[in-house]
Design a protein around this ligand. Structure first.
Ligand code: SF4
Length: 253
């Protein structure tokens, strides 16, 4: 499912090498600092993955659509059995809204989400031959699929570099001045511009995982942070970076 790095992002890239030390617009970091930050993330997590369990692009769309205002772990618990019986739009339709609801009752807003899962399955069959489309424009036509979900699917299912800004990335972008912005769209636009191209494909997972496990919402765990010396947050509690070692592989599901 994971694709390799190297696809060209569509966003305009930063300037030539001689301007490396200049600050990029609306980030507090120079290109050298950004390169060093993501180099460290790449050593810490060489193959970062999203933590939503899925078996194909369709189940990924469903899992991401279910994940609004829910944890990945909570969604995985609910979809473990659902995806055993319904891993295609046709099987999901055959299952029906009521039974889908029974599987996902532990997730917030489950009634509406069950409705959307059935509606998006129907739309995939009617308009896309039962296949998940690859463009943002087409993906966001599916019921319950917004820009963030489309970005996740484009990246994880099709290997297209995108920046799906969730609560963690929004927080980190503002907390450390990486991409200060009021809305996810603003933060996304800045990150797509300033993240070095060679790191762009994995960047959204690195940032999500950094936010989930280290730069946490209530209390950032700065002593465990590999970018503590680079970080420009007023909230940081140390400037001593944690040892840069690869972390154990993620366990999904
Ligand atoms: S030093 Fe602290 S505030 Fe800065 S990125 Fe690391 S965990 Fe977050």
């Amino acid at each position: 499912m994971e694709a390799s790095q190297g696809k060209k992002p569509t966003a305009k890239r930063a300037g030539p090498a001689k301007k490396r030390t200049r600050r990029l617009p609306r980030t507090k970091y120079t290109q050298d600092e950004l390169r060093e930050m993501f180099r460290r993330f790449s050593i810490q997590r060489p193959e970062p993955k999203g933590e939503l369990a899925h078996v194909n692009p369709f189940t990924l769309v469903v899992a991401v659509a279910l994940s609004a205002q829910a944890t990945d772990a909570g969604v995985n618990r609910a979809t473990r059995d659902l995806f055993k019986v319904a891993d295609t739009p046709e099987k999901m339709l055959a299952l029906g809204e009521e039974k889908v609801g029974d599987y996902i009752k532990s997730i917030g807003l489950w009634r509406n989400k069950a409705k959307n899962v059935i509606a998006l399955s129907q739309k995939l069959i009617d308009d896309f031959g039962g296949e998940v489309p690859q463009t943002r424009e087409e993906l966001t036509k599916l019921p319950g699929v917004g820009r963030k979900t489309a970005n996740v699917v484009m990246s994880m299912a099709f290997g297209i570099p995108t920046m799906a800004v969730d609560t963690h990335i929004l927080r980190i972008g503002n907390r450390i001045g990486l991409a200060p912005g009021k809305t996810p769209d603003e933060v996304e636009a800045i990150l797509m511009k300033v993240i070095p191209e060679e790191y762009l494909y994995h960047a959204h997972h690195w940032l999500i995982l950094h936010g989930r496990y280290t730069c946490k919402a209530r209390k950032p765990d700065c002593v465990a942070c590999v970018i503590a010396d680079l970080c420009k947050s007023k909230e940081k509690t140390t400037s001593e970076p944690a040892p840069l070692v690869p972390l154990p592989p993620q366990v999904i599901g």
